[in-house]
Design a protein around this ligand. Structure first.
Ligand SMILES: NC(=O)c1ccc[n+]([C@@H]2O[C@H](COP(=O)([O-])OP(=O)(O)OC[C@H]3O[C@@H](n4cnc5c(N)ncnc54)[C@H](OP(=O)(O)O)[C@@H]3O)[C@@H](O)[C@H]2O)c1
Length: 276
């Protein structure tokens, strides 16, 4: 893997190795002194805004093969390794149970990420970040592989959830938090996680959960990798779906890097934005 990434912003422009690029963003340092949460999210997208398209043979959506790439995946891992907790969804656990989704942080089963395992150990962090599962339906199994070891799972749901299902999940998975009436509220979600001691929070889910984070004004940083490719087609998922945001969610540019080596030289832009 050729390593060279070119920083285009902030100036001056400079070359960096890919490995370590997002570790150098030191996410755990953000708002450290105030003790507030730092919530971030990351998407790989086509230039025409597609982050997911229909699965070719099954129901549901998947990230298009045409935009996934190992260089973006490395950076995703660097973001995940810095978290106290990863936000996932009922959809992820359903896909995981069906064998359609993989472990999010791959530092234990993929030798190319062994350095990231050391990164957590050296900082006295638990081997894996804990996991927050957002779900209204609570219609998912808890895969045994996900609750092995000392990882904690917290389920975040609404007051409309089935009480019997909540009891079952409490005995199987751990804590179940009610953070909204008809829908999980982003502010209550992050407040509950902070009360449990989770400060550095990585959202790995799709457009509906991003919407609830944006609507509550709790997303601090957005990472977007723009693969230099357009896909067309419908239906598709974009990074955010739901009612129009009022007020709009304003972000300012934090960094842009050109990765000229992704997808056999096609390239991608790696960007990040901070909430205003
Ligand atoms: N390209 C990328 O970088 C990228 C990144 C992330 C995801 N994706 C793709 O995007 C697609 C959709 O992602 P996704 O399913 O993870 O995310 P999502 O559309 O944000 O939401 C998924 C699940 O979260 C729960 N949920 C969402 N909003 C809720 C609310 N307000 N209250 C309560 N529960 C809520 C629901 O679970 P229940 O159904 O259990 O109630 C819902 O099924 C997937 O194909 C995924 O692979 C792509």
């Amino acid at each position: 893997m050729s390593d060279s990434i070119i920083r285009l912003f902030p100036l001056p422009s400079q070359e960096f190795p890919l490995k370590g690029l997002y570790l150098s963003h030191n996410l755990r340092e953000n708002k450290r002194d105030s003790g507030e949460s730092f919530v971030y999210s990351n998407y790989v997208t086509s230039l025409d805004g597609r982050i997911a398209v229909p699965h070719p043979t099954k129901a549901g959506m998947v990230v298009p093969d045409q935009i996934t790439n190992p260089r973006d995946w490395r950076l995703f891992q660097e973001l995940a390794v810095q978290a106290d907790i990863l936000i996932t969804s009922g959809r992820y656990l359903r896909d995981y149970a069906e064998g359609r989704a993989q472990e999010i942080l791959r530092v234990y089963d993929d030798p190319q990420f062994a350095d990231l395992k050391d990164w957590r150990t050296e900082r006295g962090l638990s081997p894996q970040p804990d996991m927050a599962v957002i779900s209204g339906s609570l219609d998912f199994p808890v895969p045994p592989a996900l609750i092995q070891g000392d990882r904690n799972i917290v389920v975040i749901t609404t007051s409309r959830a089935d009480p019997e299902r909540i009891k079952a999940l409490e005995s199987q998975a751990g804590k179940v938090i009610i953070a909204g009436e008809g829908s999980v509220n982003g502010y209550r979600l992050v407040e509950s996680l902070l009360e449990m001691g989770y400060r550095t929070i990585y959202n790995t889910t799709g457009p509906k959960v991003l919407h609830l984070l944006l609507a509550a004004g709790v997303l601090d940083r957005l990472y977007l990798s723009f693969v230099n490719r357009l896909l067309g087609g419908s239906p598709f998922s974009s990074i955010v779906e739901g009612e129009q945001l009022d007020p709009p969610a304003d972000f300012v540019l934090n960094t842009i890097y050109l990765d000229p080596h992704a997808l056999n030289g096609l390239g991608q832009l790696l960007t990040s934005y901070n909430r205003v």
